[in-house]
Design a protein around this ligand. Structure first.
Ligand SMILES: [Zn+2]
Length: 676
């Protein structure tokens, strides 16, 4: 049985037994059998995450509580935001206003976490539903299955209270955030701007396992609704929630504006000691009766405000500007700073991004600069203190030679966000090579276990690797590798060293048989990743026909833009590429596309077909297979790039659209005739 079929069978069975167990109370199988099926499904889904669907039994708790992930849920209690205050005067105004309306009000001051707000509903003490803020007033989004993976959310409360809704802030620890971003970078993916962003992205993606891996946490800051319990004050509710197993806000109860201000300042002073980002303090009226009396405006409650801290800023000196060379050869300037404490960590470097940024701020070596942490994490240079500029400095220019290999570096325009990039033109540049080889061996590319950054570094420094293809010639140097303890555990026994060396060599050997989409991704062509690799694999029979493809042929492929077409063409035009491909092939690395539909003729090469309606003698799948076998591509939607619309009976909107675009319409007969 094929994997997708097994997955769908398991899902059907699990749903059936869920119903038996939860809705009909008449289980037919033991928990053990059920768990085994669930585990098998989880395993298959984790190996093939592309097939995870929100409806899968792995994504929700069985039976009645069925959650449509991402579906709209109406707010019983609005999730309002707070009015922001920025100065001491504004804060004191707020306190005076409250004091005019209420008798001896008490206030509570709490840290304000920079995360995202969710509401959690409990029925009979069981966690039942978790929703995002959404529009705050009417609807939020169901994210229950992901919230269940957050350890600090109790699935069962200490007390079986009939109903409870709480509100909290989901956040990610700074440390976890940095690790997630480091991994994103390693895998060549987009970096998250800050922990809040990363937490939000994590909560809204489909795989709950990712939530567990990224260790999201939550702190509860408000009781939204309750049945079967009475409270008088906010402080009381927080204490109760803490007893129920929630992690709750630390709070200070205050009476005077002086006490409130001191509590706010105390949190600010300790900002650096929190493991997560804070963006302010919240001041709330403590008495629940008082809150009711004050009420809300259409947008914000009248009984609470957020005091926003200004981002912490420090002055320090730029000791040097270094140039980093990335995997794609991009030269990135990095300011080396006189180390300074800022928002909890010691900052000693800050990226200057590109020449445009350097020019805009006019940053020079020796300058005193003002730094700040964007979202409390990434240090940023805000401005130069020009009065402190030493005499004799000169404007800084990113060199036109790569600092690592000395090859020429050229300026090329990329998208607006990144600004102009300057790249080393030598694809053999050692700085690029280390990162390139790690990428080549990574899981999404050739998947060579054991060829990580440390081993690659050693192999490069001892001269075993001069380019990618050398990986496949390591086998013949087995004895040297063992002698040099390349797999590098210090003080390892010699027998262990030869064992781990053989393991690495076996992993390298095993990767030779990979399909070419992995190889294409591994080559590290700029703007070409997994997706593009797959597209190329499906469109060409082998590496050499990809290497020979013209720009026009490439851009004719669906999903291929000008930038990637140009990048592929340029990459394969380099003599170095030809050399590497030949050596890889000589070493026995697979160069053939394993696409089962690989063409038996090239009659349709370069042509894109869209299928619609009922064909007289073939199913649409059969027709698609036939087209692909002859080198054509089948796309789901009509566009200007469509070559033919293959239309059968009852063709609908696709036919109309194709006619409108002047695309050639053909019948099944025409198709067969074209093949003769
Ligand atoms: Zn270089």
């Amino acid at each position: 049985m094929k994997v997708p079929e097994r997955i769908s069978e398991l899902r059907k069975q699990l749903e059936y037994h869920n119903r038996k167990y939860y809705d009909e109370d008449s289980p037919e199988i033991s928990d053990y059998e059920y768990d085994n099926m669930l585990r098998e499904l989880e395993m298959l889904e984790s190996e093939h995450p592309q097939w995870i669907v929100p409806e899968s039994p792995t994504q929700h708790v069985g039976g009645t509580v069925k959650h449509g992930f991402g579906s709209k849920i109406s707010h019983d209690v609005p999730m309002l935001s707070l009015e922001d205050k920025f100065t001491r005067e504004e804060l004191i105004d707020f306190v005076y206003k409250i004091k005019r309306e209420l008798d001896e009000p008490r206030f509570v001051v709490e840290p304000k976490i920079d995360g995202l707000s969710v509401a959690l509903r409990y029925q009979g003490g069981q966690f039942a539903l978790g929703i995002t803020r959404g529009d705050g007033i009417n609807f939020g989004e169901d994210v229950t299955s992901n919230l269940r993976m957050i350890k600090s959310i109790p699935l069962k409360l200490a007390e079986e209270i009939p109903y409870l809704e709480v509100r909290g802030e989901v956040y990610m620890d700074n440390e976890v955030f940095e690790a997630v971003n480091a991994r994103q970078e390693e895998e060549g993916r987009k970096l998250f701007a800050n922990p809040r962003n990363c937490a939000a992205g994590t909560l809204r993606q489909l795989n709950p396992q990712v939530v567990a891996e990224r260790k999201l946490s939550i702190i509860i800051f408000n009781l939204q609704a309750v049945q079967g319990k009475e409270f008088e004050s906010h402080a009381q509710t927080l204490d109760y929630l803490s007893e129920q197993g929630f992690k709750v806000s630390k709070y200070a109860v205050c009476k005077t504006e002086e006490e409130i201000w001191n509590a706010i300042c105390a949190i600010d002073d300790n900002r650096g000691s929190f493991s997560y980002a804070l963006d302010g303090a919240v001041v709330k009226v403590d008495s629940l009766a008082h809150r009711l009396k004050l009420g809300t405006t259409s947008k914000v409650p009248r009984w609470a405000i957020a005091y926003k801290y200004p981002p912490e800023e420090k002055q320090t000196q730029v000791l040097d500007i270094e140039i980093n060379v990335g995997r794609t050869g991009r030269l990135t300037p990095l300011a080396i700073l006189n180390p300074v404490r800022l928002a909890g960590t010691t900052v000693s470097r800050a990226s200057l991004h590109n020449q445009d940024q350097i020019d805009r701020l006019d940053i020079r070596i020796g300058d005193t600069v003002i730094i700040r942490k964007a979202a409390e994490i990434i240090p940023q240079i805000m401005s130069v203190v020009k009065e402190k500029r030493p005499v004799g400095t000169t404007p800084f220019q990113i060199p036109d030679r790569c600092p690592v290999c000395g090859s020429s570096a050229v300026r090329e325009t990329v998208d607006e966000n990144e600004g102009a990039a300057i790249r080393c033109t030598n694809s053999n540049c050692p700085a690029q090579l280390a990162r390139l080889i790690v990428h080549f061996a990574s899981r999404q590319a050739m998947d060579i276990e054991g060829l990580g950054p440390a081993v690659v570094e050693t192999l490069l420094s001892k001269g075993y690797l001069k380019d990618l293809s050398d990986i496949y010639y390591l086998q013949s140097r087995r004895d040297d590798l063992i002698r040099d303890a390349i797999t590098g555990r210090p003080n390892a026994k010699k027998s262990d060293t030869s064992k781990s060396t053989d393991k690495l060599l076996a992993a390298i050997e095993g990767s030779k048989d990979n399909d070419i989409d992995r190889l294409i991704n591994g080559l590290g062509i700029s703007n070409v990743g997994k997706f593009t690799g797959n597209l190329l694999k499906n469109s060409f029979p082998d590496m050499f026909s990809i290497a020979n493809a013209s720009f026009e042929e490439l851009i004719g492929l669906d999903g291929f833009g000008e930038i990637s077409s140009k990048a592929v063409e340029d990459y394969f035009a380099q003599p170095q590429t030809k050399y590497i491909l030949e050596r890889l092939q000589k070493a026995g690395v697979n160069m053939q596309s394993k696409n089962v539909n690989r063409s038996i003729s090239g009659i349709f090469r370069g042509a894109t077909f869209v299928l619609t309606g009922t064909l007289p003698s073939m199913t649409r799948d059969e027709a698609a297979e036939l087209i692909e076998k002859h080198g054509g591509r089948v796309s789901g939607s009509v566009s200007k790039k469509t070559t033919y619309l293959l239309a059968g009976e009852e063709a609908g909107s696709k036919l109309t659209k194709a006619q409108g675009l002047g695309i050639k319409i053909i019948s099944e007969d025409d198709l067969v005739r074209m093949l003769q």
